[in-house]
Design a protein. Structure first.
Length: 156
């Protein structure tokens, strides 16, 4: 009887792994605060190799963004009602990816804050999703904050 159950499990396992409902989470970017060394990770969620969601996990919270929210623009980090980091997909395809506009607060001011933009590309490379900055694949960004925004960033 035990061997029959094992045989059934091994027979069904490949079928379940190929299920249309199987969802996968894959880390795409580690985000490190250089002042506190506090980590965060941005994940892609796929279904049958198609991008369905992004998920940001920090030490304080977990936030999930649908494909449509990313395409329209979503806030990754907000403090005291001020957007610190936003993400927006430009011509984003759930199958192949596209351009990503990562906008961050450079300097807060009551009379007019300034923002800067990092252009990335998210791409599906034979079922493996990754981020590219220029021609270089990136997996980690180090953000250096200051009291009124983000002073610098570095990819590695």
């Amino acid at each position: 009887m035990k061997s029959l159950i094992v045989q059934i499990i091994f027979t069904l396992l490949p079928i379940l792994n190929q299920s249309a409902f199987a969802l996968e989470f894959n880390p795409i970017l580690d985000i490190i605060n250089t002042e506190t060394n506090e980590p965060a990770t941005l994940y892609v969620k796929t279904q049958q190799d198609s991008l369905t969601q992004l998920k940001l996990i920090t030490t304080k919270r977990t936030t999930t963004f649908s494909f449509d929210e990313v395409s329209d623009g979503a806030t990754l980090l907000k403090k005291s009602g001020i957007n610190i980091i936003t993400i927006k997909g430009i011509n984003l395809s759930p199958n192949t990816g596209g351009n990503i506009k990562l906008t961050y607060l450079k300097n807060f001011s009551i009379t007019g804050s300034s923002y800067d933009t990092i252009w990335l590309k998210i791409q599906n490379n034979q079922g493996s999703w990754n981020l590219v900055n220029g021609h270089d694949q990136v997996s980690t960004i180090f953000l250096t904050p200051h009291p009124f925004g983000i002073s610098s960033y570095e990819f590695r």
